[in-house]
Design a protein around this ligand. Structure first.
Ligand SMILES: [Zn+2]
Length: 217
């Protein structure tokens, strides 16, 4: 059982690795977006607060997110937690540290998914998927055999995510460097930081992550 943070720029594959850890190890993924949606419909005290704030069209504060995380961590479910997309800033990292200390839990590892920006931009900006079967393609590295038709299921419903383009990705990368990358130094200093090659094959990344987790228990 381990609590970990997956850290890395958008497109580095944090979500993919988190899903594998959920499936293979029974860990619980704490994604801020999911938590907020879930809280809104939960009817708990925190949930009511979240619903009020969101209904007023306001941003949910760090304090509220920390409250939601506390509810989750105290629920005793799952075999460890994966923080995906939180903390995103140094104040959030501090707040998470205080919360964990308060409830007698700890962070076991912060896993930084290291990627080369240019490779990442190339990889993400050419990506499209089949709307029917979910197969993933790439303009340069994995085009469809017949233009506009899925190799696997023959569907012509091929989709590009609106934010899978170079400009949008570079904006998100800049945001990451400004606000989130200082966490790398923060957790390095705390002795919690581990790095994996985020551009390796998915299964190889997963094996590196597994090796780090197995050292922790
Ligand atoms: Zn298909």
């Amino acid at each position: 059982m381990a609590n970990i943070i997956l850290l890395g720029p958008p497109g580095a594959g944090k979500g993919t690795q988190a899903r594998k850890l959920v499936d293979e190890r029974g860990m619980v993924q704490l994604s801020t977006g999911d938590m907020l949606r879930e809280a809104k419909t939960s009817g708990t005290e925190m949930g009511k607060k979240v619903a009020e704030v969101m209904d007023r069209g306001e941003l949910v504060t760090d304090e509220i997110v920390i409250g939601l995380i506390e509810e989750k961590l105290s629920s005793g479910q799952g075999n460890g937690f994966i923080f995906d997309g939180f903390p995103r800033t140094l104040p959030q990292a501090d707040a998470l540290g205080r919360l964990l200390a308060k409830i007698g839990q700890k962070l076991d590892a912060v896993i930084e998914m290291r990627v080369d920006d240019e490779v990442l931009v190339h990889r993400i900006s050419g990506r499209f998927t089949c709307g029917k079967c979910g197969e993933v393609y790439h303009d340069a590295t994995k085009p469809t055999k017949v233009a506009g038709t899925c190799d696997v299921c023959g569907s012509t419903d091929l989709r590009r995510r609106a934010d899978d383009n170079e400009e949008s990705l570079r904006t998100r990368l800049m945001e990451y460097y400004k606000k989130t990358s200082p966490l790398i130094g923060y957790y390095y200093h705390a002795g919690d930081l581990f790095g994996v090659d985020g551009l390796a094959e998915i299964d190889d990344v997963a094996a590196s992550v597994a090796a780090i987790l197995d050292q922790q228990v």
